[in-house]
Design a protein around this ligand. Structure first.
Ligand code: UT7
Length: 358
């Protein structure tokens, strides 16, 4: 049986760091509140476009896989913060990396986007339609930060992660063993960015920013991620004891802890890096994959459970058995252009539009 195996991985996080103490100067918050209520210590603010972060992450993933840009036959970019709605982020990334033989497709499932894309790539590979797929999860959520709203402006950050998924006929028990994707559009208003598309364009008075009913999102995230993870394990014929690592979407460390408790997984089997990046939506899981590999938490044959929840609402989970290789075949020398601004300087435009909360 043909399977899709992750053979390359790369991340690109912009260099400018926005710390909790920086946030204290622009909104009515404290390092203590953010740390204890979310687990976030700092996040990154991009000096370049989201497609630039994506292209560097993609170059690094291609090098790790030993794949050239011309080898790609599909590019899936999971994002809810593309440079432009037209043309798609995936075609912009395609042009930047020179993947002339690929089809490009964007996928907006907010924070669940990477897992929606992984499931799509897996199925396209299993049918034989595609052979080598680049998946990028990338966001520039800083674009919508409004420091007059302390309940959302402390949560989000920018970044990109990418993987290469390749067809393999000789690894029947590897790759995505089972997955679930789901949506509940009736809850759309509980987490949204109003007027971020064409709605209300005739009488628009406000600039887009996040709206979120935090506690309801929290409650639904724990239930959806926990339950979907249990179901994919069952579909894959695996027990909890078989799981080596849970890589959850990183929105709030308390959501992650509660999800792990719901699943009965001990803390040492849960990957958490939210302290460094905050919530980067579709980028959290691919960035976490790269860092879990760097930390030696993923070994050949490791069983990983992925779980995510986000705006829509959307949710997704996957049971994945890692392939034979955990080392990169090569390292790309692709780098972002240099940045000489602080994170707060990069956010001056947001502050000019929305003001601050202090
Ligand atoms: O990626 C998927 C989508 N996002 C999520 O999954 C996020 C889900 N929700 C959450 O993570 C949490 O609900 C939040 C982190 C957003 C909020 O935490 P909470 O424990 O639910 O706080 P809360 O909204 O119940 O607010 C508690 C208090 C309030 O003050 P009062 O009314 O008790 O005086 C808030 O005004 O904390 C206050 N508060 C803050 N204080 C300092 C809210 N935000 C802040 C802040 N700094 N940044």
């Amino acid at each position: 049986m043909r399977n899709g195996i992750i053979t390359g991985w790369g991340k690109c996080v912009p260099p400018a760091v926005l710390s909790n103490s920086d946030l204290e100067t622009v909104t009515d918050t404290s390092d203590d509140w953010i740390t204890t209520r979310t687990g976030i210590k700092e996040r990154r603010i991009s000096h370049v476009e989201m497609s630039d972060l994506s292209a560097i992450a993609a170059e690094r993933a291609m090098a790790a896989a030993g794949v050239a840009a011309e080898d790609l036959d599909l590019i899936l970019v999971a994002t809810c913060s593309p440079d432009r709605l037209v043309p798609s982020a995936s075609t912009i990334v395609q042009a930047k990396i020179g993947a002339s033989n690929a089809a490009g497709m964007d996928l907006n499932a907010a924070c669940s986007g990477f897992l929606f894309a992984l499931s799509t790539a897996d199925q396209m590979i299993k049918t034989g339609a595609m052979h080598t797929v680049l998946i990028v999860g990338a966001e520039k959520l800083s674009h919508w930060l409004d420091f007059s709203n302390r309940s959302t402006s402390v949560l989000f950050g920018d970044g990109a992660g990418a993987v290469i998924v390749q067809a393999a006929d000789d690894q029947p028990d590897r790759g995505l063993l089972a997955f679930e994707i789901g949506s509940d559009g009736t809850a759309g208003d509980l987490l949204c960015v109003p007027a971020s598309g064409t709605e209300g364009s005739a009488d628009r008075t406000e600039l887009p920013t996040f709206l979120m009913e935090g506690q309801e999102v929290f409650r639904r995230a724990v239930k959806s991620m926990g339950d979907a993870s249990g179901r994919v394990l069952e579909s894959a014929g695996l027990d909890l004891e078989d799981v080596d690592l849970l890589i959850p979407h990183q929105a709030n460390v308390r959501i992650i802890d509660a999800t792990a408790r719901r699943l009965n997984l001990p803390p040492e089997k849960v990957y958490i890096n939210i302290a460094s990046y905050g919530n980067t939506s579709a980028a959290t899981i691919p960035i976490a994959i790269v860092e879990a590999l760097e930390d030696g938490k993923i070994q050949p044959g490791s069983v990983i459970v992925f779980a995510a929840f986000g705006a829509g609402f959307t949710w997704a989970a996957g049971a994945y058995r890692w392939g034979a290789r955990v080392e990169a075949l090569a390292v790309s020398d692709a780098e972002l252009p240099p940045n000489d601004k602080t994170a707060l300087e990069l956010l001056a435009g947001n502050i000019a539009i929305h003001g601050t909360g202090v």
